[in-house]
Design a protein. Structure first.
Lengths: 140, 384
């Protein structure tokens, strides 16, 4: 079944890098539009100083800006265009909502992300697979 | 335990708090407070003199930073809404908590005043994180909430400095030095920072620290507190820091790496778990005494100025953390409140950072995109 819109979630982890490479490969084979979503994790909750929040925000902006640029370069090298969107929020929830919003017909995610919550609450990939409206490919 | 042994334990706790905070995504200050409670109670450690000294200074640095983070032009633009919401957000819980502690709990006047001040605060940082994460900081409602928070904190700083004032002749040099620094430093800083700034030895940070130590010393001699002039000094320099972000960043690095962890650990170490356990009912009542007047007084004004998100605004204005901790620690250090009262107040402060935030985010959070669309037209009108 050819895919028309492939959404891949990226966060700079090894798992998401592998997922992105696989999504590029699939988009090239099927001629699908490739969309990448980078989810900035939440800012420090219950912060004591505005500075703590601002500095984390700046670090995240710089990190995810570089990540988006890298995704564009890699897709370009494979002869593809990629739409990259960087949004703040909680990963699983945002990926599922964004996939619906962009009407993706395949969602590609890495097996393991960055965060300790993955170990405590189950991985982002598990939660995305459970709630997504479309097929989900989990790349190991 | 020797001073060095205590320092080693605290350094390990600070490191642990930082790493866990990064992994979990919750403010490092809460972990420092929590680890302070663990260290203080498990090892039965009392706060050593050096920690008390550094912690007191860190509290003043935190106050200065809070002032420096205020967006003054925004406050000017939204002064009517900010002053209305911010003033009642301070006054209502201050009066209700003070009356409750005095008449219902039998605390003396000074203790009741500290309770009133500590529980009337609104946390700019907690509010800011929620607004930034949702993009609401760019909307009219977000800007109004942040400005109102500043007004509440100003009320807290003023109350802390004025209510416990027992003037001596030192009040004259204290007020004179405060005025000199508040009016002089913003004028001196462009020249000073241009000539001596951007060096690894950081003369500009030393200038700020020297000013704050001077205020603390004179404030102590005058039987007052440096929190108000430190806050206003930060405010006076906020425009300068807005133009020179790197300087502000370096000051934050020094503060967050060394000073503020010791402040929050000191706060945690002063908490008695046993006293809290024995007073759970009082804890619940104090929490209600903070929340009920905040909700009741802010909501009508929020309906007027922040409609249709009055509930969200009201809950965010009910949060508290840093100024509540500063006020409680001041009361404890000055011998106004005892360890049990401090434990109760600091726990209510921490609960008020978490509970209203969770409810606001989970049930009442407006969409930033919708809010921007809704306010686009009036904002354009105002700009025109």
């Amino acid at each position: 079944m050819p895919f028309k819109r492939i959404l891949v979630a990226i966060d700079g982890s090894e798992g998401s890098n592998r997922a992105f490479a696989k999504a590029v490969e699939l988009a090239r084979l099927t001629g699908a539009l490739l969309i990448a979503l980078a989810v900035e994790g939440p800012l420090p909750a219950y912060a004591a100083t505005v500075g703590e929040v601002e500095e984390v925000r700046r670090e995240k902006d710089a990190f995810f800006g570089a990540l988006a640029a890298r995704a564009r370069r890699e897709a370009e090298a494979a002869g593809l265009e990629v739409e990259v969107d960087v949004r703040p929020g909680h990963a699983a929830d945002l990926i599922v909502r964004f996939a619906r919003e962009r009407d993706a017909d395949l969602l590609v995610v890495g097996h393991k992300g960055h965060f300790l919550q993955d170990y405590l609450l189950g991985s982002t990939a598990d939660r995305v697979a459970h709630h997504a409206h479309c097929p989900v490919m989990i790349v190991k | 335990m020797s001073d060095l042994a205590v320092a080693a334990v605290l350094a390990a706790a600070i490191l642990l708090a930082s790493t866990v905070s990064v992994e979990i995504g919750i403010s490092v200050a809460l972990f420092e407070l929590a680890l302070g409670v663990v260290v203080g109670n498990a090892f039965d450690l009392s706060v050593p003199d050096w920690l008390s000294f550094v912690g007191s200074f860190a509290g003043i640095v935190l106050t200065f930073l809070a002032g420096a983070e205020v967006d003054v032009p925004q406050l000017r633009r939204e002064w009517r809404a900010s002053v209305s919401i911010g003033a009642v957000s301070f006054a209502a819980p201050f009066l209700v908590v003070m009356a409750f502690a005095y008449w219902a709990l039998g605390w003396n006047r000074g203790q009741a005043e500290i309770a009133g001040i500590a529980l009337s605060t609104t946390s700019l940082a907690v509010v800011y994180a929620v607004l930034v994460e949702t993009g609401l900081n760019r909307t009219m409602i977000g800007k109004r909430i942040m400005s109102a928070t500043f007004v509440t904190d100003f009320g807290v700083a003023a109350a802390l400095s004025i209510l416990f004032l027992k003037p001596t002749v030192w009040i004259v040099p204290f007020v004179a030095a405060s005025a000199l620094l508040v009016f002089g430093l913003p004028r001196l800083s462009p020249w000073f920072f241009a000539r001596y700034g951007n060096r690894v030895i950081e003369p500009e940070i030393k200038l700020v620290f020297a000013s704050l130590f001077l205020l603390m010393w004179l404030g102590g001699r005058a039987h007052s507190h440096a929190v108000l002039p430190a806050f206003v000094l930060g405010l006076a320099l906020s425009k300068h820091y807005a133009r020179h972000r790197k300087e502000q960043e370096r000051l934050r690095v020094v503060a967050f790496a060394f000073l503020t962890p010791l402040f929050f650990l000191k706060g945690g170490m002063s908490v008695s778990v046993g006293a809290l356990w024995a007073n759970l009912g009082v804890l619940a009542l104090l929490f209600m005494a903070k929340m009920a007047p905040k909700l009741a007084s802010v909501y009508p004004l929020a309906r007027r100025y922040c409609a249709p998100h009055a509930g969200f605004t009201t809950l965010l204005m009910s949060t508290g953390l840093t100024f509540g901790t500063i006020s409680s620690l001041y009361g404890l250090n000055a011998g106004i409140i005892d360890r049990t009262q401090f434990s109760l107040l600091i726990t209510v402060v921490v609960l008020s950072a978490i509970i209203p935030t969770v409810i606001a985010q989970r049930f009442l959070q407006p969409s930033a995109a919708e809010e921007q669309r809704r306010t686009a037209e009036p904002a354009l009108d105002e700009a025109g």
